[in-house]
Design a protein around this ligand. Structure first.
Ligand SMILES: Cc1cc2nc3c(=O)[nH]c(=O)nc-3n(C[C@H](O)[C@H](O)[C@H](O)COP(=O)(O)OP(=O)(O)OC[C@H]3O[C@@H](n4cnc5c(N)ncnc54)[C@H](O)[C@@H]3O)c2cc1C
Length: 628
């Protein structure tokens, strides 16, 4: 944790300072930016190219902020920066703010980082800045675990930071340096402030040609070098700039399905400069499961290390930060009212008790007793549980509309896609419009995001997509229920009133593809509410379920409740099976597909990507119960 020593942030745990007492910024510029020749390499990037930096030890984020500032200064406007960093012991919100306060020249960027920081979750975090031009992937994890999860040959330049080798030897171990080399592109460079002999030998052993160079301030020497592996003749040039050259990227994309999955994928591609045609069979976006009047931004976390748990956790952190960017909290289309997950029922109490054994940032979740839960909610509650201060609700159709509102996205509404076939080097989607006229769209890549109808396309027939009907109930607020301030979840959920209506959800009928409104489903929602929040249910008084409004729609699910996100074939991708939590998972899924399609750093560890990938879904017919 952070202490202060002679006006400098200092780690008690490692007995070392976070940055140079002489001038942290100047040290960063000298050691890491100049040491990797980044000013020249950024400036030489071709337009729309991307470069990937890797860092060990995020610390105060100073290196990231300086690299971002340099990138903005010298790189072409259409280029993009991926910055991967790993940090096992992240600073608390107030510690980070205090540590960055001295750098007034970085203030605007530091504020943007601090806004995202409160959304951090254990594991991998993906945050975008500058309209998507800069992408930070922060792995809150042990460095030895995180590096092997990077794709081979991804990183163009390394900033080996972290506390002094003598004080934090794990950061500089043989295994870590081998992980650095493995994730490096041919010719990747490396720079570090230390000149310790065993670090130099370790880097050499890992395959880097390393030299000593003048250090910064009181440090006489530093190390810099490059991966000595024979550079790829097609990408390397004498000054090393071509390692960061354009990676053969698609120019055009067709996305089928205008729900949250399709809109998120289209948005992620458009941000990368790709021209997208978004095809939706209904006359408006968000006509399917994504069309509810309100949905909650929350998903149950699992305590274990199962890839689905890691995905859900990453997706929760991602969606909050992502919405901060595209649909900021305004209390009208998005509210951050907080969310209580009550520990009612033995299974839920056990899950929550397991979660309690782990350390969580207070900005993410807290454990609360029944009394505090009731105080937070503003209504009597009989259970404690988990409090998610960042939880809230959105109007999903408004989120979809915002995502699709981009000059690079052409909407084709009322266009039902019937076929999807290879065409030349890309794909052709074809079908009929609302007037029955045939249409077709050809593009370099195709993304299938149309939920259960995806199996009508030949390359996707093999997937076991299952319809799961769900219905929400809208309940007029009463004097008693108007006091509800937060979302309350048990085996269903109840949202605070907005526009005089509470939303209570949701039923779950596997194999039922009906989207008609049913009084019986309203009754089921009310019965569940009476189980987890009886005082709230009573507050609604005796309602006649036959008079209630709401909305029914069909979710698309896969065995094991693991969404299908990844590459189906060359240039063909899918984001399907988001089940009960698509508002949370679709954003990160869209980001994954955009990274796969452009060959850039993915936002998730390899093990999680593998669990989401189509390869597992074809043969892996796991049941939800099999997931720990
Ligand atoms: C009652 C209910 C409550 C829910 N509550 C929540 C919640 O609170 N929080 C949460 O995170 N999740 C919630 N969900 C789940 C969430 O809504 C879904 O996971 C998510 O909307 C799925 O998005 P999607 O884009 O994959 O599918 P959809 O939203 O169904 O979008 C698919 C789109 O593809 C279009 N399409 C289909 N076939 C074709 C074709 N051949 N050509 C062109 N277009 C086509 C459809 O018209 C549709 O617009 C809820 C779901 C339901 C049903």
């Amino acid at each position: 944790m952070l202490d202060w020593k002679d006006g400098q942030p200092y780690s008690r745990r490692f007995g070392d300072v976070y940055y140079s007492a002489d001038s942290g910024i100047d040290e960063t510029r000298h050691v890491f930016l100049a040491g990797n020749r980044l000013p020249a390499r950024f400036a030489a990037l071709p337009s729309r190219a991307s470069v990937c930096l890797g860092e060990t030890g995020f610390g105060t984020g100073l290196n990231f902020l300086c690299a971002w500032a340099l990138f903005d200064e010298v790189a072409p406007p259409s280029a993009a920066l991926d910055f991967f960093s790993v940090e096992n012991d992240p600073l608390a919100d107030d510690e980070l703010a205090a540590a960055l306060a001295p750098w007034t020249v970085l203030q605007r960027r530091a504020c943007a980082l601090l806004e995202r920081w409160r959304r951090r979750v254990p594991g991998w975090n993906r945050w975008s800045f500058g309209g998507g031009r800069v992408r930070l992937t922060l792995a809150i994890d042990d460095v030895a675990d995180a590096l092997p999860q990077l794709p081979v040959g991804t990183v163009d330049a390394w900033l080996l930071d972290g506390f002094a080798p003598a004080k934090n030897p794990e950061m500089w171990s043989e295994a870590v340096l081998a992980g650095v080399a493995r994730a490096s592109r041919p010719g990747a460079t490396v720079a570090t402030y230390t000149s310790a002999g065993w670090v130099r030998r370790g880097l050499q052993q890992a395959g880097f040609a390393v030299e000593r160079a003048p250090g910064f301030g009181r440090k006489r020497e530093m190390l810099r070098g490059a991966l000595a592996t024979a550079a790829d003749a097609t990408t390397a040039t004498a000054d090393g700039t071509a390692q960061v050259a354009d990676r053969g990227r698609p120019e055009t994309a067709v996305v089928i399905g205008g729900g949250i999955a399709g809109c998120a994928a289209a948005h992620a591609l458009a941000r990368r400069g790709i021209a997208v045609t978004l095809v939706e069979r209904a006359r408006g976006l968000a006509a399917g499961a994504s069309g509810n009047p309100r949905g909650i931004l929350y998903a149950r976390f699992g305590a274990g290390a199962h890839p689905l748990h890691r995905f859900v956790l990453a997706a929760y952190g991602h969606v909050l930060a992502w919405c901060d960017d595209v649909l900021p909290v305004d209390g009208v289309v998005r509210a951050e009212c907080g969310l209580l997950q009550l520990a009612c029922g033995d299974d839920e109490a056990t899950r929550i008790a397991r979660l309690a054994r782990r350390a969580w940032p207070a900005s993410l979740l807290e454990f609360v007793d029944a009394e505090r839960a009731a105080t937070l909610a503003g209504v009597p509650l009989g259970h404690g549980g988990l409090w998610f201060p960042g939880g809230g609700w959105v109007i999903p159709p408004r989120l979809c509309a915002r995502l699709a509102d981009d000059d690079r996205i052409a909407l084709r509404l009322g266009h039902d896609a019937h076929t999807l076939d290879r065409a030349g080097h890309g794909w052709r989607a074809a079908g009929r419009d609302a007037a029955g006229h045939p249409w077709q769209v050809e593009a370099d890549i195709a993304l299938v995001c149309c939920a259960q109808t995806a199996t009508r396309f030949a390359p996707l027939t093999r997937f076991a997509l299952t319809p799961v009907r769900g219905q929400i109930t809208e309940l007029p607020a009463t004097a008693a229920t108007r006091a509800l301030r937060t979302i309350v979840c048990g085996d269903g959920y109840c949202m605070p009133a907005a526009g005089g209506l509470h939303v209570v959800g949701a039923t779950h009928a596997i194999g039922d593809a009906g989207d008609d409104l049913r009084a019986g489903d309203h009754a089921a929602n009310l019965a569940r509410l009476a189980g987890y929040a009886p005082a709230l249910a009573t507050g609604f008084g005796g309602v006649d379920v036959a008079t209630l409004d709401g909305r029914a729609a069909v979710r698309c699910s896969l065995p094991g409740a693991v969404p299908l996100v990844g590459r189906i074939d060359d240039g063909l991708y899918a984001s399907l099976g988001h089940g009960t939590r698509g508002l949370v998972t679709a954003g990160l899924a869209g980001e994954v597909l955009a990274c796969l399609a452009t060959g850039t750093l993915p936002p998730l560890p390899a093990a999680v990507l593998a669990a989401l990938a189509p390869g597992r879904a074809a043969n892996g017919r796991r049941r939800a119960a099999a997931i720990p």
